[in-house]
Design a protein around this ligand. Structure first.
Ligand code: GLU
Length: 429
């Protein structure tokens, strides 16, 4: 048995000189301390099981060749095949992918899915690549991973910069290598090739389900609730739409072009039309144009960071006006900022709970692919709500009992579930 932890977790430094994985480890350590987790378990759980880095040479439409870097990190297999998205973004690094794989491990455990955690990525800017270039990159990415992915090994899904089309190319490439169609190798596929109803909107839907439940707990009425959503990709856009459907007022949105604030309410139909047509909000005129930094500290009741990591920091946390922060993104709050928000009495629903709706419906898709039998939309949505609410209420009970924030409660539940599996299986050495 491993009795000591001779190697502290490997936290690679990044060009940005901050470690996202380091943020994750800080959250983990806090909960591990409260759980009085033994050193051997801490050692295992703070190291990724496998990190894969490879080159992706591909041909531009111009005929020139370029080489990008691809990653897949399979963090922990104790609870089952590993699960997690693939990100295409210029900021992708090994550190970021490791952190995201780490968070997938806890996210799957928080909602009690039979999966471990993984994440992948390619350092590239998909907005500057044509569809055929993206297809070649995706096929090469999938081919490089053919031995280590599969429905019972590692099941990728969309993340920032990828979508159902990316998953279709991935599934086809894997299937060609296997000489048979294998829909269950990825989730988030188009419906026609084994996708699930309700998957596209699942993350945004989960964010609103959890937020509405907490608003009720905090006695905040939807009709009197002003919401700011930072990031207008798949998660932010769907969350905005569903918050509005439930009677809340969206007063601010943002994307890479900047932020738009309107205390009377943002014209969402217009914003969604632009986001779908132009792929950005540059032409949006329905509000005051402000910076992303200003948006985060603007007047609102609920703030939903729904883009990338590290947007709520010790710089802006003292000025955040929201009473409730719901993390649609993964890792949007630094540990320093988290402490400030807790001190200020602002409720934070952590990423691993707040955005677990996406992977929950991914799990439903995987189950449906295995059965070859597909569910109706209302069955998917009912099961999603049931999974999220049941597990969220468990976190609330623990948070209340121990007087700890939701984040600490979520890590405690997740770590406990992974440790149980790990102990039952034992360490093969
Ligand atoms: N990329 C999403 C996430 O961060 C979904 C992962 C999945 O469905 O496997 O949760």
């Amino acid at each position: 048995m491993l009795r000591t932890d001779p190697n502290p977790p490997t936290v690679p430094t990044t060009a940005r000189d901050v470690s996202v994985f380091g943020d994750g480890i800080a959250y983990f350590n806090e909960a591990a301390e409260l759980l009085q987790l033994e050193r051997s378990m801490r050692a295992i759980l703070t190291h990724p099981s496998r990190q894969i880095i490879f080159s992706i040479p591909f041909q531009r439409d111009s005929g020139e060749f370029e080489v990008y870097t691809g990653y897949r990190v399979q963090y922990n297999f104790a609870r089952g095949p590993v699960k997690g998205g693939i990100r295409y973004h210029p900021g992708v690094t090994l550190d970021e992918v490791t952190a995201l794989a780490f968070w997938m491990t806890w996210k799957c455990a928080v909602v009690d899915l039979p999966f471990g955690g993984a994440k992948g990525g390619v350092t590239c800017d998909p907005s500057k690549l044509s569809d055929s270039e993206l297809e070649r990159i995706t096929r090469r990415y999938a081919a490089e991973l053919v031995e280590v992915v599969g429905p019972d090994k590692d099941v990728p899904a969309p993340d920032v910069g990828t979508n159902s089309k990316t998953m279709a190319w991935f599934m086809d490439t894997y299937s060609m290598h296997m000489r048979q169609t294998v829909p269950g190798v990825v989730t988030g596929k188009p419906l026609a090739i084994g996708g699930s109803k309700g998957r596209v909107e699942a993350t945004g839907r989960g964010v609103t389900i959890i937020a509405m439940d907490e608003m009720e707990n905090m006695k905040i009425k939807p009709s009197q609730t002003k919401v700011i959503i930072q990031g207008f990709g798949n998660v932010g856009m769907w969350a905005a739409r569903l918050f509005a459907q439930r009677g809340c007022k969206i007063v601010g949105i943002s994307d890479v072009t900047g932020a738009y604030y309107n205390p009377k309410g943002i014209d969402l139909d217009k914003a969604i039309e632009l986001a779908e047509k132009d792929h950005n909000l540059a032409a949006f005129r329905g509000g005051d144009k402000i910076s992303n930094a200003e948006l985060l500290v603007s007047e609102c009741d609920v703030l939903v960071p729904a883009a990338l990591e590290r947007v709520l920091t010790s710089e802006n946390a003292p000025n955040i006006k929201a009473k409730l922060v719901v993390e649609g993104a993964n890792g949007p709050t630094t540990p320093d900022a988290d402490h400030i928000l807790n001190e200020r009495g602002i409720t934070v629903i952590p990423d691993i709970m707040a955005n677990a709706g996406g992977v929950t419906v991914s799990y439903f898709e995987w189950v449906q692919d295995k059965m070859g039998y597909f569910w109706k939309l209302n069955e998917v949505n009912e099961r999603l709500e049931d999974t999220l609410i049941t597990n969220f209420h468990e976190l609330r009970a623990i948070a209340n009992r121990h007087r700890i924030p939701y984040r600490t409660a979520a890590y405690m539940v997740a770590i406990d579930r992974v440790v149980q599996s790990l102990k039952l299986r034992g360490v093969y050495a």
